[in-house]
Design a protein. Sequence first.
Length: 133
Amino acid sequence: LVKECGFIPIFGDPTENPAKQDDPDLEATISRRIKNCDGFLLLIPKQLSAMKCDGNEETEQAWLLYEFGVARGAGIPFEICVDESKLEEYPIKIGLKWAKFRFNSSKDTEDILNEVRKALVSLRRRLYRKENE
């Protein structure tokens, strides 16, 4: 879907340039990748624990905050998609006030795809306007 909308993913696709957990300078690697991006799409799942890579939910929440903070701090245009199916249970409220694109994963996959597609199109429009200012 990301490629369909004209973007090149730098995270999320383990077959393409994955960040390695054993990278001794993982934080710098992730920062560099984010800062070299034109845009940033943050997907907040219904359970942050679904994002576990090292078995530690707090670590995953910290990475979510870190990545979002790097993008915002660098002034990178961003969009946020959030799964509202368990919104009241979110342990952190990062970015929820900016989340224009909301879906309910307990309904169907099409709802998720539509909202992510809308977020990517919105991000592409913002980038186009920025380039043409």
